[in-house]
Design a protein around this ligand. Sequence first.
Ligand code: PEP
Ligand code: MG
Length: 535
Amino acid sequence: MEKIGGVPVCPGVALGELYVWERAPAPPAAEGGGPARELERLLRARDRAEEILEEQYRLALSRLGQDEADIFRLHRMMLEDPDFWAAARGPVESGQAGARAAALAAGETFARQLRALEDPYLRARADDVAEAARLLAAQLDGGEAPLTLPGPVILAADALDPGELLTLDRDKVLGLALGRAAPSGHWAILARAMGLPAVTGVEIAPTWSGRQAGLDGETGELWLEPDGETRGRLQARGLARAETAAAQALAARAPAVTRSGKQIEVCANIGKPEEAAQALAQGADGVGLFRTEFLCLGRADCPGEEEQFLACRWAAQAMEGRRVTIRTLDLGGDKRTPWLPPEEGENPALGLRGVRLTLARPDLFVPQLRAILRAAAFGKLAVMFPMVTSPEEVDRARALLDQCRARLEAEGVPAGPLEVGVMVETPAAALLAHKLARRVDFFSIGTNDLTQYTLAADRQSPALAGLWDQRNPAVWELIARTAQAGKAAGIRVAVCGQLAADREMTGRLLEAGVDELSVPPADVPAVKARVRELD
Ligand code: PEP
Ligand code: MG
């Protein structure tokens, strides 16, 4: 047995086989096409890197939470920084350097400057710049191969970028032993949110792969070939932690009731059916938003009726009788897929997206509605339509849903009951909420888009982050109107945008009459705890 001291980062213990991972060296530079060609490559790589960061932002938001997702926004901001971009582009334009060398050099220069600053926050941003530059450079070589693990292992690596960590298969990683990664780095925030025991500051040898190890994230210790006594001790600690977590999960499963006795449903937002199990483990009372477009992103074709049926049934069954609200495809705008024709027009956020797109494309809408109706025979499902701006859109979508039900019946295919709702995420929908309320069983207020459209502030633009403010009084006015209209019509009012997880605003939302809050799974326990504190 060999004991190696490291720096503790994330609590928890792991016992298992080590797997040492090294980032593959960049292939030989394919540079030499001249400055114009290199500049074009650099621009294309930047577009791709930004796309990846946006995907990672959404993934982190759906799986982990806002703080974790913001890491990817920050990286995007780094890439968009005019000074960084000038430093990367200048040497390429003048022919002094190829695209990859220039991207990496700009990252190194900025990281060095940041490391020399006194402010610890700014100093810590050095890693972000280097990581963003590395992502950019990797796109010049056709992108990085994903980090895949052979099975459940303790992953040993010099350092991990946030994107590498986020996209790891969580079931295959028992713990992390890192070499040079800073304990305060963004990777640590992600590892904690993912519940991964982790240590850093360990001198890793490539020969470790395949050896047995034990790791204690609380003390920072790593054991190679731990003896029986050490194993027993680690197992006992692991068991004690699991018992505490189980007790907490049990408490989280209890309903969230205010002091005055009103029960608020605290549900989870998910993007894939497998995330339902996590939602349940966190104590979610249901799924308030299943973003089905996640089933479509990053693939060459649209999933067919059968695949969507299986995904919806999976989520419904995993939630063990709790309600799962399925949002129909919210594609278009910033949610592009390779199989959708490119958006026409200058402003895709105001284009053919959400229910507008699905109403215009029955070839997409009908299979999805059929899939949802069929899955409703296996659990408690609700369906809702995104980006609604008029009562007519709701009427048309409902009519199509009725046709699909009739057709299934004629075919002898079982379909279950469904609540039908709309997302209120455009000012038009909020202003017409009294008319919409008569047509549906519930509202779900999408404060992310509602904020974007009310304040005319692109939700994706880091430069407008200060303007895009869900607490803005104009946004509140629309939320209050919507809730009032919902209450007057006697229908359920939910909030599923980021505001639902803002615990400083929970009281105001409940005062407005909101019955349900739907938040990233990891936020469920804290939001439930907040509800229990309120009158
Ligand atoms: C919203 O707009 O608030 C919402 C929940 O939907 P999305 O973030 O997926 O657009
Ligand atoms: Mg939205």
